[in-house]
Write a protein that binds this ligand. Sequence first.
Ligand code: ACO
Length: 430
Amino acid sequence: MADSKSAKLLVEGKEIELPILSPTAGPDVLDIRKLYGQADVFTYDPGFTSTASCDSTITYIDGDKGELWYRGYPIEQLAAESHYLEVCYLLLYGELPTEAQLVDFETRVTRHTMVHEQMHNFFRGFRRDAHPMATMVGVVGAMSAFYHDSTDIADPLQREIASIRLIAKLPTIAAMAYKYSIGQPFVYPRNDLDYASNFLHMCFAVPAEPYNVDPALARAMDRIFTLHADHEQNASTSTVRLAGSSGANPFACIAAGIACLWGPAHGGANQACLEMLREIGSVDRIPEYIAKAKDKNDPFRLMGFGHRVYKNFDPRAKVMKESADEVLELLGVHNNPTLQVAKELERIALEDEYFVSKKLYPNVDFYSGIILEAMGFPTSMFTPIFALSRTVGWISQWKEMIGDPQNKIGRPRQLYVGADKRDYVDLDKR
Ligand code: ACO
């Protein structure tokens, strides 16, 4: 980052020079850190549409070109040639592992997949009909009560152990939340299975009969994990960073990220999208929903369409669409009404002037729900699967922040538009 370039800003006649920082890729960034001290003004940017909150070496997105890189590697290459645990290593440590490093990392993750036995009791405190995301927010937050030997953020070894624990245990916790919600016994992790197969096994096996994981489905599951692994400073990642900036422990920070991800404008969109496809129900009702989406007076939005950053296409959606075709072919799903609605909706929206002019394209959530449903997951499990996939991204960003000497507690300013200073009025005079 060279800061030889600068910009000049005139604030009520006073000239302020602002350094311009140049990134490896992407637009230059105006450095306004000293602006308040020099000019006594704040900047105003609700939703952070023009604000970089940190510098980061992990993930890069070019929204116009539809590019996504993890540590410089394009997502398409990683999705085709790598696998989730290798991608986790890359995100956490910055480079692709050697064979020995990969074996060591996989062993460490695999050896941490079980959760504290007492956690089973903790699960039983939840209502059976609780949404698995509600259970996950609670259980992941409670990890700091079970694993307090890895909550000292000043100790690099504890940070490392907490990272491995989170990556290893999130699939177990997500599967337990699912099993609990359907009244089936918890299935313990199996260390002879790879990460994705183990997750499918914990979700779909029952003690009464053997369950063999289809390797093609495990591969599709692994790809879903890989495509969701990180996405730079999105809402949930920024939440993790903000929570972590106060020195909160990693389990508490990841629980905060899970809470933020749950919203339908973010990770909850995959569930909302499939529910919308089911609600539309048949191809002939699509025009009605397209009209609702365009109507300014109707809050309805086409779920699974649009993205804050991608304004051309979502590269994850491209890979996910191919994966969806493969999985549906494998499972022999051809005439499923949800799928028919999805295909037709996509076709119409991609040609419709409203969606084209606003650059609204199908995002990753549009296709992921179709695959997950075909695999047998209920819609309520879609966002927990996103959460477990994103955990490595959150923890990598959290580790990067803790190790950054510039790290300060996150504390945005505001534009106060409330009442001016006034005197208290006694109750009998109001
Ligand atoms: N359906 C209909 N219109 C839409 C949609 C949509 N899905 N998304 C955006 N628009 C319209 C808005 O009404 C707005 O129109 P206007 O300019 O006439 O007011 C314009 O497009 C821009 O929308 P914004 O909300 O300003 O865009 P923003 O970048 O803030 O929002 C978001 C991005 C939240 C993803 C939005 O597109 C949306 O709500 N999509 C549906 C939910 C969804 O699929 N979320 C998943 C995102 S991907 C992820 O988290 C993994």
